[in-house]
Every structure is written in C-alpha cells, then in structure tokens.
Design a protein around this ligand. Structure first.
Ligand SMILES: *Cc1c(COP(=O)(O)O)cnc(C)c1O
Length: 434
C-alpha cells in the first residue's frame, strides 16, 4: 500500500514512513492511495476486536516493514474492552470507547501508534521524542501509551487553565519519560508550537521529533476497527439495517475512521457528525463553502475546533464525488442543550454522559422526536468523570472516576510552565539532549 499526500506534491511512501513523518513534506496529510475492499462474508462474526482489526488493517501495511506483524500489533494494542450498551431494545446502542487506561477513545489510536513505532525502532537507535499538543485527552492517551517504553520520550503541551482539573492532573501524573508543559496560551498556540518544532530542521534532527497529533495516520487507522466490529455484530441483530452512526466530532479523526469503514464495505448507513457550538462542519453540510476559523470554547472542550484538521482527508476521499451527497451529515449542539442532555440521560437511561457524548445523544433525541425510527450506534467518547467540573455541578453530585483514572489521580502531578513563544520550547527541548 502506498500513501499519497493530499497536497499532491510529495512522493508516495509506505505505511512505516507515513507513520514517522506525521505531515507529508509538501505540507499535506498522508492518505492511503486506495481503500481496501473487504469481503464481509469472509469475516468470522465471532472475531474479537483485535482479530478483526488484524484482518481489516493488514492491507494498509503491505510493502512496509509492518507487513506481517500487524495482527500482532493489533493483539497487543487493541486489547481495550469495548461494551455495546443497548439503550433501546433492538434499536440503539452506545458504543463505549472509554474503557482504556485514560478513559477516552484516544487510547485505541495512541496504543496502536506506540506499538507500531516501537516495532519500527532498531535497538541501537537514539531516543525519539513524541511531541504532542493537546486540548486534554490526546496528551494523556499518548503519554500512557509511551510511558516507560524504552527509546521514546513524550513532550506534552497543554493550554494552562483550559483543560479540566482532572485532565490537568492526569497529564502531569506520568513522570519518567513523559515531560509535561502547561503553556501560557490557547490550544491553537500549543498546536502552533508543536508545528513549528516539527518543521525546525535542526531541532527535529537533534531530538528526532515525531508527531502524535490527530493528523497521525497511526491514530486514524485503528479507529476503523471498532466501527467495523460494532456494525458487524449488530448486523445480525437488526432487521432494518444497516445501522446508522452518530460520532461526537472535533478534528474529525474518529468520524473519518467511521467513513473509511463504510467505504471499505462494512454495513454502516448514515453517519452524523455531532459538533458542539463550533459550526464549521454543520454550515458546510448545509451548503455553505468550507470556512475554517478559530475554535470557540464550549462545555465539550475536546471538540473546540473551528478548522478540523482531517477535513482535508475527508475531501480527498470524496474528490470525484459530491461530499454533501454522501450519506454524511453534521449538526451542532450548544452548551444549554449539552447540560439538558446530561440531566436527561440520567432520567431516561440511568446513564451519565460526558459532554461530548451528550452532543451525540442530543442529535439522536432530535431524530427520534422527528419520527426517525432507524437503528443507531452512538459513539460514547469519554468517561464522564474526566469532566467532573462540567458534569458534577449539572447533576449536583460527584461522579466516581473509573479505577485506571482514579489511580492516576492519586499520583503526584507536575507540569512546568512554558511561554507561548517558540524560543522557550526550543531551549527546553534542546536542553534535554545536552
Ligand atoms: C478528541 C475527542 C473528541 C473529538 O474527536 P475527533 O477525532 O477530534 O473528531 C470527542 N470526544 C472526546 C471525549 C475526545 O477526547
């Protein structure tokens, strides 16, 4: 399998090179040159998530040094529990993606990426630095995935005061090979810092920098597997399929994986992107030209994105077709509706939703109220206890963290302050190599 750049001016590379590079040299994003088509009839419906992932993802690694080892990488990295919780008998399921070590769906992608990079590393190679800008969940997932892995350092940049207190604690609680910086600026500043470091040739060579942000292919590809797994499992249970999917969406990584699963031939119907008050995607799907803009702050902070980085990839896959005519839709949910939906989740289903999952639930309820009786999967992207600062006041009680998160919250946490200007980051990164 060859990987091309969406900007069209970089040579084709194999999967290993695309994983290491992050961004293509022409500034585009790497995309697989073609999507493998899957014979659904050849899939054993009783395969576990990692068995199915090994089967579906193997074609993406052909011709690279990951070929052959991919099923083993899936076995080691995608061993995260994946409950499908029925919330309407025979009609609607929550796909809980938050049972990994850091309680958000990003654990799947980060663990797969780490396992791939570890396999690609030769034992005598100097350490690599994985640089990651985060609005909260990505940094923790990447840190957990690389924590104490020989040959890797992680540098996390997060916007000081703009992640939940529990997220902040989690980000600083790893220690060892994980270095956490709280940046005096916004998430956009953190992203700009990471980008500048990655294109700084001297620094990139000295620190052997690698990106693990949402544009990383190594995070995108494994996410295909859980949508595929859930769709195949439910196909046997529902008569009026295929099942439709609603995905809480920020940078469009998770939802794009769902689109790719459908393009590969898996039984998935309509895909709806649930955004918070950031309306870039809903406006686009309503017919306006695409217009990226700065992100607005909302209660669903992991989706505070005004210019989703994976839009470029989505547009590339639909380059010969009309994206707006693709059984794909986007709807926006404001903070008031998020609050109301969190309250209602307890009354109606006896479940507490995180603010991101609440966006998807709101859209689902709007559909039901409009008379839509079709079957749905709703992607539940994080455990509500990660966002206790939002959820606890709405419910008027404390949400207990799951065991892995509770354990991290018990540890001491340390993050160093960092200027939003590039000079400070450059000095700190270089210092660690003296
Ligand atoms: C990252 C994140 C999202 C958004 O996912 P994208 O792949 O960026 O669209 C949604 N919910 C939670 C909890 C997240 O951490």
């Amino acid at each position: 399998m060859k990987y091309l750049s969406t900007a069209g001016a970089a040579p084709a590379v194999d999967m290993a090179a695309a994983l290491h590079a992050g961004l293509a040299p022409d500034g585009g994003l790497y995309v697989p040159a073609e999507l493998p088509k899957i014979e659904v009839a050849g899939i054993d419906p009783d395969w576990s998530l990692h068995e199915l992932a090994g089967h579906l993802l193997a074609p993406y690694a052909t011709g690279s040094s990951l070929e052959g080892i991919l099923p083993e990488i899936c076995r080691r990295s995608l061993d995260v529990p994946l409950p499908l919780v029925e919330i309407e008998p025979g009609q609607t399921w929550l796909m809980e993606l938050f049972h990994g070590p850091t309680a958000a769906f990003k654990d799947f992608g980060a663990r797969f990426l780490a396992a791939c990079l570890e396999h690609l590393r030769s034992p005598d190679e100097p350490d690599r630095t994985v640089l990651v800008a985060t609005s909260g969940d990505t940094g923790a997932a990447v840190a957990a995935a690389f924590h104490r892995r020989p040959g890797f350092r992680v540098v996390i940049l997060y916007p000081d005061g703009r992640v939940s207190p529990r997220q902040a604690h989690q980000l600083g609680a790893f220690g060892d090979n994980v270095h956490t910086f709280r940046v005096q600026g916004s998430f956009d500043d953190c992203q700009a810092l990471a980008k500048q470091a990655l294109i700084d040739p001297e620094l990139a060579a000295q620190c052997r920098l690698t990106s693990a942000n949402s544009i990383s292919l190594g995070r995108l590809l494994p996410q295909i597997s859980y949508f595929a797994w859930a769709a195949l499992k439910l196909e046997r249970q529902i008569d009026d399929g295929p099942v439709n999917v609603i995905v809480p969406t920020g940078n469009l990584g998770n939802a794009l994986a769902c689109v790719l699963a459908r393009e590969m031939g898996l039984p998935i119907g309509e895909i709806t992107l649930a955004t918070n008050a950031n309306r870039t995607l809903p406006e686009y799907f309503d017919g306006a030209p695409y217009r990226g803009r700065p992100g607005l702050e909302t209660l669903a902070n992991a989706m505070d994105v005004g210019d989703p980085s994976n839009f470029e990839r989505l547009a590339w896959f639909y380059r010969d077709r009309d994206l707006r005519d693709s059984c794909l839709d986007a709807e926006s949910v404001d903070d008031d509706a998020i609050r109301a939906r969190i309250l209602c989740g307890v009354e109606r289903y006896g479940r507490v939703f995180c603010p991101h999952t609440a966006c998807a639930m709101e859209i689902f309820e709007r559909r039901r109220e409009a008379g839509d009786a079709r079957p749905y999967i709703i992607a539940a992207t994080a455990h509500p206890a990660k966002f206790d600062n939002v959820v606890d006041p709405i419910l008027g009680r404390r949400i207990e963290p799951p065991p892995a998160l509770a354990e991290l919250l018990e540890r001491p946490s340390r993050a160093q302050p960092l200027d939003a200007g590039y000079a400070d980051l450059r000095t700190r990164l270089a210092q660690q190599y003296e």
